[in-house]
Ligand binder design. Structure first.
Ligand code: PRP
Ligand code: URA
Length: 235
């Protein structure tokens, strides 16, 4: 029998505990729509084209949430109605995206769809499959990145090593202020959230879903497997 979805109280309590500990972290309780999308993304039998479609769709929803973390200012607009003005808000700073290559590139299309002409930099980091340590290989960022709000993108936050390395590059090599970085990820392990939020308390983190744990190989459980391999079809 079909029924309307109601929130799982335990999930809300768990998310709220993390939010209390890390006010810079946000993760909205899953709506029925998001739950259905994640179910397809997680399913090992989902075909590549379906995986790409639903991962893109979920990323689009997450980009909208991440944009709420950007600074706005209050203003007013005149409406077409005579002598009428309405309260309004507008973005106060320029933004740019930075993807952690390879899997972070999967999120670029959703950002472009929402922010027309958005500049996008790349940081190529590969996680060593044995040691789980991140290896920084290549960086190319807009020259004025330090003056922009940076939306850092990677679908998976596992140990947190890759995201931390990318944020170190932004802060130490490109002088991006810590509080101008928003890190967006679709699936996070608690271990990664703890490590990242403790290391960079001013970086805002927007997570799609908080999973249970990491396994001994550094995969998120239940997770969705190797995101990049499934998205690009390199399994
Ligand atoms: C994956 C993922 C993250 C990283 C997360 O990338 O896209 O970048 O692992 O793990 P961590 O939090 O433990 O660092 P991977 O290095 O496997 O490369 P890929 O993007 O080519 O799949
Ligand atoms: N990277 C992935 O793609 N999946 C995981 O579960 C962990 C890291």
């Amino acid at each position: 029998m079909s029924r309307r979805y109601s929130f799982d109280d335990r999930e809300v309590v768990r998310i709220n505990e993390f939010k209390k500990q890390y006010p810079q972290w946000s993760c909205e309780p899953l709506t029925a729509q998001k739950r259905a999308i994640f179910s397809i993304i997680r399913d090992k039998n989902t075909r590549k084209d379906e995986f790409v479609f639903y991962a893109d769709r979920m990323t689009r929803l997450l980009v909208e949430e991440a944009l709420n973390q950007m600074p706005f200012e209050r203003t007013t607009v005149e409406t077409p109605v005579q002598d009428a003005t309405a309260p309004a808000t507008k973005f106060v700073s320029k933004i740019c995206g930075v993807s952690i290559v390879r899997a972070g590139e999967c999120m670029e299309g959703a950002l472009r769809a929402v922010c027309r002409g958005c500049r996008i930099g790349k940081i190529l980091i590969q996680r060593d499959e044995e040691t789980l340590e991140p290896n920084l290989i290549y960086t190319k960022l807009p020259s004025d990145v330090a003056e922009r709000q940076v939306l850092l993108m990677d679908p998976m936050l596992a140990t947190g090593g890759s995201a931390i390395r990318a944020i170190e590059v932004l802060i130490d090599q490109y002088n991006v202020p810590e509080d101008k970085i928003v890190f967006m990820n679709l699936v996070a392990a608690p271990e990664g959230v703890h490590r990242l939020c403790k290391r960079f308390p001013k970086v805002k983190v927007v997570t799609g879903v908080l999973d249970d744990r990491l396994n001994e190989k550094g995969y998120i459980v239940p997770g969705c497997g190797d995101f990049g391999d499934r998205y690009f079809g390199t399994i």
